[in-house]
Design a protein around this ligand. Sequence first.
Ligand SMILES: [Zn+2]
Length: 333
Amino acid sequence: MYSFSDVYGNELTVSYLKRAAQTKKPSHAYIISGAAGSGKKLITRTFAKALQCEETYGAPCGKCVSCRTFDSMNHPDIIYVTSAANAKSIGVDDVRAQVLDKLSEKPFKYRFKIFIIEKGDTLTPAAQNALLKALEEPALYGVFLITAANVGKFLPTVLSRIIVLKTKPLPMVSVYNYLTEKAGVPEKDASEASGYCEGYIGKALSLLNDEEFAQLKLAAEDIIKNTRETYAGIFEAAKELEAYKPRMAELLSILQIMYRDIIIYKATKSEKHLIWKQNINCTKENASKFGMDILLKKMNAITYTMDILSKNASFAISADVLMMDLNPLAEEI
Ligand SMILES: [Zn+2]
């Protein structure tokens, strides 16, 4: 558990942190920032484990008492700062009780006292100001490791005292290799998940177990397979999209990937570079049924809908226009 060898990609960040763990002279505070599922937690926790490891410098040994108590989440000198009673944000009282009060006590047994603040971008401004005290007058043994999806939520005074490291998305092929080689995911599923996850392994893994996401894929497939041939049918299909409104951005992303495949297949007549491999017949049928100009127009319509919905356009009108573009009537084809 928690080893740098489990981190895929992000080589620069990992080697930077390994060097800090090698000298056992880390800075007092780090923010590891990046999208959901990009490995922030794995990198941060592994760094904490490496700093406290009694046997090795750099990567954690995984065998010493420190490493083992870390893995069992009972390390006496690693404190996970959380929001009380599962509130949505970490408040000033949380920081006082879990950080400031504890920071005055020396480490129980190990070299450092490490405070891990996951979802650090939920720290309220008051909580950040309280934390600032600890950052301005750091105890020699105190280390703060903060993960955050959105660095923009931090006060400039806090950011100026913290080293910010960013996780990066991986190439699709790296995600695919991880899923098939390390996570035991079947090839077809891995191909799809690596196509949908935007380069983040964690996101791929959560999508694979997401029942609603599986429903979205079926809905997208249905839109492509069941082309409507009358205006009444088109508007009925648009109305059906209401059911997917909360996850419309994802549905559109899936449609985009499916049409990408249709276009690639039409251009190459090869299955080699396809992502959506569960229904190859549908890809082939659409590639032969529509001309390239119509397919590109459909693709553009999806991109356009993503754009206007992100700018709060009317859902119902956007859905009508999208379905008209995706279902060109016979005389238009
Ligand atoms: Zn160790």
